[in-house]
Design a binder for this molecule. Structure first.
Ligand SMILES: NC(=O)c1ccc[n+]([C@@H]2O[C@H](COP(=O)([O-])OP(=O)(O)OC[C@H]3O[C@@H](n4cnc5c(N)ncnc54)[C@H](OP(=O)(O)O)[C@@H]3O)[C@@H](O)[C@H]2O)c1
Length: 314
């Protein structure tokens, strides 16, 4: 039973961008579940973040099989919240998941084989209590599995009705080119490329962004705030409740005096424009026409609201 009354109107404050040459529009800001939604997370906070996101026009929720910790728990958390709050809004929402990183023990629990992708998506659907996902991604390139096997599996997943669209993540340009070509020929064009892009990681500007645009795929930027570095989080020390204290994915050693000086300079520039550093960093990404959406993480509703203020209403 849904016991949550969504706020109307919720689409006015958001801009939506066309995802490549597809029929699909994505919100400029999307919500990711890599951190902050695992077993250690407070379910009420998680639910408040998701509800606040949807209330503010965020329609794209980005998951993966192994988000947590432990693996799978973010999908389970999302499934509960979805059932409680959003089920009757299924057609207003895009849910994405991915497979390819390590998920279960043994030779079939990761990478890009048909065995892994098919089994993983079935598991994800069960955890999220969904019949289908809107977007299914190959989460990383697999140097061993023939690319044709991975791509044909994506095609078959769409044909089976378990995903509406497919995408690729972190593929180097040469492999991405072959993936785009295979999927196009199979009449299941690659909807979207998902990669890391932010003020501290500009490599995609060289090849990946123009390539995606030329191939008719959208581009969604993950870790747009460099996991929190491009916010006010670390400007005056390392807070006890921060990702840097709790996650193996953000090491204290990255916070060098040089980086801190750069972050403080950007923070001054942001303030001069009346923006928070987070808003400044998100606007910086959204200036690129090839970018369809930025996928943010948030550990509180306050952070989410701060990030939403980066939207420049047209
Ligand atoms: N395809 C892939 O391989 C891949 C890889 C990574 C991520 N992703 C996707 O991208 C999503 C986002 O990644 P991410 O979590 O690294 O994104 P991010 O937005 O760069 O970092 C999120 C973290 O930044 C801090 N933060 C966010 N907004 C803030 C604000 N306004 N003020 C202060 N601090 C703020 C929070 O840190 P605290 O927790 O310290 O509060 C938050 O957890 C993931 O959830 C996932 O869906 C995909």
């Amino acid at each position: 039973m849904e016991n949550y009354k969504l706020t109307e109107p919720r689409y006015e404050a958001m801009n939506y961008r066309r995802c490549g040459r597809s029929g699909l529009l994505l919100p400029e800001i999307s919500l990711g579940f890599w951190h902050n939604f695992g077993e250690a997370a407070d379910p009420d906070t998680c639910r408040a973040i998701v509800e606040a996101a949807f209330d503010n026009g965020i329609t794209y929720f980005d998951l993966a099989n192994n988000y947590g910790p432990p693996y799978g728990s973010a999908e389970t958390m999302f499934g509960r919240i979805f059932k409680q709050s959003l089920k009757s809004h299924r057609d207003e929402i895009l849910v994405a998941t991915k497979a390819g990183h390590d998920m279960w023990p043994g030779p079939y629990g990761e990478w890009g084989s048909r065995k892994n992708l098919m089994a993983s998506l079935d598991q994800s659907l069960r955890r999220m209590q969904l019949d289908y996902v809107d977007i299914f991604y190959s989460h990383r390139p697999d140097p061993e599995t023939p690319l044709e096997e991975t791509m044909q599996t994506l095609v078959d997943i769409v044909r089976q009705g378990k995903a509406l669209y497919v995408g690729i993540s972190k593929y180097p340009p040469e492999m991405a080119a072959r993936a785009y070509a295979y999927l196009r020929e199979a009449h299941v064009p690659c909807l979207v490329y998902q990669g890391r892009y932010n003020m501290l990681e500009r490599t995609p500007e060289e090849e990946i962004l123009p390539q995606a645009a030329a191939e008719g795929a959208g581009y969604v930027a993950f870790s747009p705030l460099a996991q929190g570095l491009l916010t006010d989080r670390y400007l005056n020390g390392i807070p006890e409740d921060s990702r840097m204290r709790h996650s193996k994915f953000l090491n204290e050693s990255v916070l060098t005096p040089e980086l801190l000086a750069q972050l403080r300079a950007w923070n001054d520039e942001a303030r001069a424009e009346g923006l928070s550093l987070a808003q400044y960093a998100l606007r910086w990404i959204l200036r690129r026409p090839e970018v369809t959406s930025v996928i943010i993480g948030a550990s509180s509703v306050r952070q989410l609201q701060d990030n939403l203020k980066s939207i420049r209403k047209r």
